[in-house]
Ligand binder design. Structure first.
Ligand code: PAF
Length: 328
């Protein structure tokens, strides 16, 4: 899309009505954009089609009508942009489901946590027109199609070219919907910058069952978060990745302060007895640490604790986060 097409209606397909999918669908849908949600659950798809998406923002409640498809059909319209908002482990399945929406100029954008999602999408679609939208906004899902905006944070768009709506223009479309968004030209640096923050916050909130704000207000959790962030930053640096900030511990603390009431996506997963994204976040960092020979005991311990929690029958979080016993 040339810059003249900014301001025209953008056809957006949002894959997956989870917290962040509903947040972006409702924010973008309040403007001039046309929103179609793709949902693999037929009952929920019918419910959201009937009731729209409800967005709670401070004291305001917005009801945003959207179209919802359970399955794309023969005359599925081609989208300007497809926002992939599913869990990282569902990416391949989501990528298959979007094939009918992809036209010659469609931009596909991963709005997901973790490392490797762009590769998972392009592995299925074969298109290199894939961007990443990396957001630190807090979004808490309150029910089907019902989301609460739970704190501001930067949103960075990276990658995506040769589309009707290139990544830079997507940044402007998102910005106009009321979400502060910018463009960055180094996908690897931007994706790692978000993953390092997630690795520092999400496992701690999941294991200790606390909203983001408590990770900075409780000294023992704040120290643990700082150690996890510093280890992950060292791994990024050892792999030649220059993060978009100087101090990962301070960056993670800042995200926690801005989203203090938010229940992190990993804790939402644990509470809903879903698999978490620990493999795509901390798991990827552990693999990169191993190949660079960097010790990461805090991240290893958090990884194990989240895995143990996922494996528990009742899936309920514990309240005692454990520090690793050595090298810290
Ligand atoms: O995964 C999440 O919950 C979010 O990415 C973040 C930034 C940690 C805010 O809660």
């Amino acid at each position: 899309m040339s810059s003249d097409s900014i301001g025209q209606k953008t056809d957006v397909v949002v894959v997956g009505p989870g917290a962040i999918g509903c947040l972006f669908a409702s924010m973008l849908g309040r403007g001039e954009n046309s929103i179609t949600i793709l949902d693999r659950c037929p009952e929920r798809a019918a419910y959201i089609e009937r009731n729209g998406v409800t967005l709670e923002w401070g004291n305001e409640t917005h009801l945003v009508p959207v179209s919802v498809l359970f399955h794309p059909h023969a005359d599925t319209p081609q989208a300007d942009v497809i926002l992939v908002c599913v869990k990282s482990y569902d990416t391949e399945e989501a990528a298959k489901s979007i094939l009918p929406f992809i036209g010659p100029h469609t931009l596909i954008a991963s709005l997901q946590n973790g490392i490797g999602n762009i590769e998972r999408i392009t592995g299925v679609t074969g298109h290199d027109r894939t961007a990443a939208v990396l957001t630190s906004i807090g979004a808490t899902l309150l029910g089907d199609g019902h989301v609460r905006y739970a704190g501001s944070g930067p949103t960075i768009i990276t990658g995506g070219s040769c589309c009707k709506l290139p990544g830079e223009c997507l940044a402007e479309v998102i910005q106009r919907s009321g979400i502060s968004a910018g463009w960055h030209d180094n996908p690897k640096a931007a994706i790692w910058s978000k993953a390092v923050v997630n690795a520092a916050i999400n496992p701690i909130t999941a294991v200790s069952n606390v909203p983001n704000g408590e990770v900075v207000s409780r000294p023992e959790l704040r120290d643990l978060m700082a150690s996890a962030a510093q280890e992950a930053q060292a791994v990024a640096e050892a792999n030649g990745i220059a993060l978009l900030y100087d101090d990962a511990a301070e960056e993670a603390a800042c995200v926690c302060r801005n989203t203090h009431t938010n229940i992190s996506s990993m804790l939402q997963d644990i509470r809903s007895r879903r698999r978490t994204e620990i493999d795509a976040i901390t798991g990827e960092i552990l693999m990169a640490a191993r190949s660079a020979g960097i010790p990461v005991p805090v991240n290893e311990s958090l990884f194990e604790q989240v895995k143990a929690l996922e494996g528990r029958e009742d899936h309920s979080p514990t309240s005692n986060v454990q520090r690793p016993t050595s090298n810290v």
